[in-house]
Write a protein that binds this ligand. Structure first.
Ligand SMILES: Nc1ncnc2c1ncn2[C@@H]1O[C@H](COP(=O)(O)OP(=O)(O)O)[C@@H](O)[C@H]1O
Ligand SMILES: [Mg+2]
Length: 212
């Protein structure tokens, strides 16, 4: 069977683990590394308005889950369209913009209606039978036209309750909207807050299990 172009692109990418972190060692010349996350590296495809998300080895199950979840979200403009999927990759719309994390780091104001857009997008996912999870600042993108897009939906099919978005919103109304709260936040501060949040969540889950 003839291999698709995207399948070929995916086969050219080589990952290596260095000091506990995944590095991209090589990739096709028509790919440009655009972003990385916990499960994959995302490349912009030359001359196309598309990206290819290539999952690290051992994340193939995540690739299947994400593909299935995107199929359920098909038709909503809050999510990118997916054009092709393979065992370790997804090809989808390139969303040109800045993640909410980058907005905060650069001092681009996050307006209240962006938050409403995220809520609408998540509502769509719920109505499609999904359980929106892992909603954090790196997975929300603000486009040039001030539209909001949600990416990275692999964990939308988990059963476990995830309060991350509700907690972020709480922080937004309680602190960010306060007149004197800084609108530009250093990256290292955000990384530290995120680490503390994960630690706090971990300890509260452990405590809850011990009480049972
Ligand atoms: N469709 C897309 N368009 C533009 N940027 C994207 C797209 N998908 C992912 N990215 C960028 O790549 C980063 C990693 O992608 P993500 O899907 O979140 O991977 P992971 O599942 O490993 O967290 C994102 O934070 C974002 O900056
Ligand atoms: Mg992500």
């Amino acid at each position: 069977m003839k291999r698709s172009r995207y399948d070929h692109f995916a086969s050219t990418v080589l990952f290596a683990k260095r000091n506990g972190r995944i590095k991209v060692l090589r990739h096709h010349d028509d790919l440009k590394l655009y972003g990385t996350g916990r499960s994959a590296a995302v490349f912009k495809i030359k001359n196309e308005h598309r990206v290819i998300k290539i999952f690290y080895p051992a994340f193939e199950k995540t690739a299947i889950e994400e593909k299935q979840n995107y199929e359920k979200l098909n038709g909503s403009h809050y999510y990118p369209n997916v054009y092709e999927a393979g065992t370790n990759y997804l090809v989808m719309d390139f969303i040109e913009g800045k993640t909410f994390f980058e907005c905060l780091a650069e001092g681009i104001p996050l307006k209240p209606h962006y938050i409403e857009h995220v809520d609408n997008g998540l509502q769509f996912a719920k109505a499609a039978g999904l359980n929106p999870s892992d909603i954090h600042l790196h997975n929300l993108i603000l486009t040039k036209n001030e539209e909001v897009r949600i990416i990275d939906v692999a964990r939308f099919s988990q059963e476990k309750m995830c309060t991350q978005w509700e907690d972020l919103k709480d922080g937004y109304t309680r602190y960010y909207q306060h007149t004197y709260f800084p609108k530009k936040i250093p990256r290292r501060v955000m990384y530290s807050v995120s680490k503390l949040y994960r630690l706090y969540k971990y300890i509260s889950i452990k405590k809850r299990k011990r009480v049972r």
